[in-house]
Design a protein around this ligand. Structure first.
Ligand code: SF4
Length: 444
């Protein structure tokens, strides 16, 4: 049986696309492998959101392509870097067999077949009307507790720092019947937790008259028997409507955690980023969600050192952090991406040392907030959906609460997919440690 190794960089959309590639390749006999040296086909699914993942692609290719001299091997580059720089990559690496963008994922099997006889470059965009979302189920989802389901692709926003509209094109919403059928299929494979994904899930369906809204879609997914937890990502604060907030009051399976990227706490910087919300609007959304679901846990993204960010802007970000008390965040120094409008602001670039010092301060405060929030959970009993064995500790399993807290505790891997009550015994910055209370399983 031929083996396929897929290296995935970047976001959940890329992970999901990798799953679709595995599904596409399965009928051609390809079996997934975790060992790159054992693979007949290697696909690197790339990310262009920052500079670093791009550099990782080049170092990965530098290691893998020489293997083609000593064994039969097909090597492909997929994803956002392929979409953006496909032609250049194709030229730079003459032994590369295949380069294709996110819109070509559904054709991977044919392209791999063609690559036996000639090199293939496919970075065409589909239009958004009738966009061909793939309905194949990732064979790797079998036996897993959670799975992603894409509900939309691309983005119609034009945040000035972001390259996604260039690499993934305009937004297209997937028909609801396809989404619901995929959720049902995954539940049939044993999946209990569904994460709906898209670049901006909140604007789902708004472009096409008659399509359900995101809030209506949440309600339909909630009605599917066997779904235990519903998460979604990514949300744009501007599009977080009251109808979605109401779901938190009405839908118990909707997780008590929301990743809501704020990027900055300064109105001036938010304007320059073209985010189309203010700090006050962001805080209002948080307040409404907490009113609907008091136990909500919020995480976010920050870009530090956006061109023109001054000390006073950064202080606004720090005070917003404390106002919300985020319990996790992804934070990065601004990294200029080719072709984005923010490049025009580079004459106001923040010196690297200043940006680095601000980032460090923010990350230190973030860590303190997490430690404080987790310390408050010690001695509390939390309901945890078990995901499987811990990657680090033998005899230990891990799972997540509805609030997205990772809890490790001694237990049998056979508990995977079950809810257990776990008493928290120790708190760390990123995880909790606990023990099953009385060894009793809890009905979902
Ligand atoms: S909403 Fe903004 S940051 Fe998010 S994908 Fe669209 S353009 Fe990029």
């Amino acid at each position: 049986m031929p083996r396929v190794y897929i290296k995935t960089f970047g976001c959940q959309m890329n992970e999901y696309d990798s799953g679709k590639m595995r599904a596409q390749l399965a009928p051609a006999g390809f079996v997934p492998t975790d060992d790159v040296d054992d693979a007949d086909l290697v696909i690197v699914n790339t990310c262009s959101i920052r500079d670093k993942p791009e550099q990782k692609l080049h170092s990965f290719l530098g290691r893998i392509l020489p293997q083609k001299k000593v064994r039969p091997l097909t090597v492909a580059v997929a994803g956002c870097v392929a979409q953006m720089d496909g032609g250049k990559i194709f030229k730079k690496y003459p032994t590369l067999d295949l380069v294709f963008g996110p819109d070509a994922v559904g054709r991977v099997r044919e392209m791999v077949e063609t690559a036996r006889t000639r090199r293939v470059l496919d970075t065409e965009f589909f239009g958004t009307d009738g966009y061909p979302f793939s309905s194949d189920l990732d064979p790797d989802a079998t036996g897993k507790v959670g799975s992603f389901v894409t509900i939309a692709k691309g983005c119609d926003n034009r945040c000035t720092f972001c390259i996604v509209p260039t690499t993934r094109g305009d937004e297209a919403s997937r028909p609801a019947d396809q989404i619901l059928a995929e959720v049902e299929g995954l539940v049939g494979q044993g999946v209990r937790e569904i994460t709906l994904i898209g670049q901006n899930v909140n604007s789902y369906g708004l472009k096409v008259p008659g399509m359900p809204t995101f809030a209506q879609l949440l309600r339909e997914v909630h009605a599917i028997a066997g779904v235990e937890v519903i998460r979604y990502t990514t949300s744009h604060p501007r599009d977080m409507g009251d109808d979605v907030v109401a779901c938190y009051a009405d839908l118990p399976k909707l997780a008590s955690h929301l990743h809501l990227p704020v990027q900055s706490g300064s109105d001036r910087v938010l304007r320059r980023m073209k985010r189309f919300y203010t700090r006050a609007r962001y805080l209002e959304v948080i307040e409404k969600l907490r009113a609907a679901r008091p136990e909500m846990n919020f995480t976010t993204d920050f870009i530090i050192g956006f061109p023109g960010e001054q000390d006073v802007d950064f202080e606004d970000t720090m005070t917003l952090m404390d106002a919300v008390r985020f319990e996790g965040s992804f934070s990065f120094k601004f990294s200029p991406r080719p072709g984005t409008p923010a490049l025009r602001l580079m004459d106001e670039a923040v010196p690297d040392g200043v940006a680095q010092a601000r980032l460090q301060r923010l990350q230190d405060r973030q860590r303190d907030l997490q430690i404080e929030a987790h310390a408050a959970l010690v001695d509390q009993t939390l309901r945890v959906l078990v995901e499987g064995p811990s990657a680090h500790d033998e005899g230990v399993v891990c799972g997540r609460t509805s609030t997205f807290k990772m809890v490790n505790f001694p237990g049998d891997p056979a508990l995977s997919g079950q809810w257990v009550d776990v008493k928290v015994t120790r708190a760390f910055a990123n995880t909790l440690r606990g023990e099953v209370v009385g060894g009793e399983l809890v009905a979902p």
